[in-house]
Design a binder for this molecule. Structure first.
Ligand code: HBI
Length: 103
């Protein structure tokens, strides 16, 4: 099972994944990272989700996400570990790569 990252290690990892932060607002206090992706339209947003879903399934590691039209809000945390692990960092990197490919 993936080990929960220390606060220091999580901050370090966040430096490598553009746009991701420790979750804010009503999710504050959770050991999780989040990012809001904004696409050209719903089609691009859902295409991103489709590709990310296939990677998540392959990793057996799944996002908590919400889509409204062209916006996709993503929160990542490892339920089994009760916080952020390398799996979340890896999935965040994969999502950034997919978003870069999305026009
Ligand atoms: N996704 N985010 C997240 N966290 C988990 O702990 C997790 C998951 N997807 C599948 C999964 N765990 C399974 O390995 C366990 O439910 C058995």
């Amino acid at each position: 099972m993936a080990e929960r990252l220390t606060a220091e290690a999580r901050k370090q990892a966040l430096g490598d994944i553009a746009g991701w932060t420790e979750v804010q607002g009503e999710l504050q206090g959770r050991d999780a990272i989040g990012k809001t992706f904004i696409f050209k339209d719903f089609n691009e947003a859902f295409g991103f989700m489709t590709r990310a879903a296939l990677i998540a399934e392959k990793m057996d590691h799944h996002p908590e996400w919400r889509n409204v039209y062209k916006t996709v809000e993503v929160v990542l945390s490892t339920h089994d570990a009760g916080g952020v692990t390398e799996l979340d960092i890896r999935l965040a990197k994969a999502m950034n790569a997919i978003a870069k490919l999305t026009p």
